[in-house]
Unconditional design. Structure first.
Length: 217
């Protein structure tokens, strides 16, 4: 029982840590910073602080379980949140941390896909990553993390090279900058789906019991 509760708490922390970068992308799409600049600055730092705390919880669990896959995600989420809290005057440090977060998330995607493949080969039905379930959803989520993180990381190289030779018009800029944002969103939502099953399983079990014991169906 204790291990199950701890796994669910770890899964919850991982979901929160993955949700924070996805929320940042949505806020950018909604142009919240332009609409409410002061409120956005305070809210952004508050959200990053929550993500930092959640990532720290996942990291502490990694120290107990020695799960290298979970470690890559924990460090990616931790680095991203720390980068978001770096003051604007120290932007070079923030930039380095954001790039590190992209690399770590890509590593997480690679390890996750490899683990999913080995689980499929061994014909297992469970996965050890924070109690996450295997199966089609897990495989799709793993590939979403890998592809999204890969594109997000590749943009780190493509952006300076592209803009060094060509400065696109404003409309094209909007489309181009939507590419890494979308990739970031897809990668972290994929990570969220990887860790969500342990939290949703009790709800599904409860609903199934209610249905099985209902007098009228």
């Amino acid at each position: 029982m204790h291990d199950t509760t701890r796994d669910r708490l770890t899964a919850l922390a991982a979901v929160v840590a993955a949700l924070v970068p996805a929320i940042a992308v949505v806020a950018s799409w909604l142009q919240v910073a332009l609409t409410w600049p002061d409120q956005y600055s305070i809210g952004f730092r508050a959200v990053m602080a929550v993500g930092l705390a959640a990532a720290a919880v996942v990291t502490m669990q990694v120290l107990r379980s020695h799960d290298h896959v979970l470690l890559a995600f924990a460090l990616a989420a931790l680095t991203y949140s720390v980068a978001g809290l770096v003051p604007g005057a120290a932007w070079p440090l923030g930039t380095v941390l954001f790039i590190a977060a992209r690399v770590l998330l890509f590593v997480f995607g690679v390890l996750l896909v490899l683990r999913t493949r080995s689980s499929t080969t061994a014909d297992t039905t469970t996965d050890t990553t924070a109690g996450a379930a295997s199966g089609p959803l897990h495989r799709v989520a793993a590939w979403a993390v890998l592809v999204g993180a890969g594109i997000w990381l590749a943009w780190t190289v493509v952006e300076p090279v592209l803009f060094g030779f060509w400065m696109p018009p404003q409309d094209a800029l909007t489309v181009l900058f939507a590419i890494p944002q979308t990739a970031q969103f897809v990668a972290f939502v994929g990570a969220l789906l990887v860790f969500a099953p342990p939290l949703l399983r009790p709800v599904g079990d409860g609903a199934r019991r209610l249905w099985e014991t209902a007098d009228v169906r």
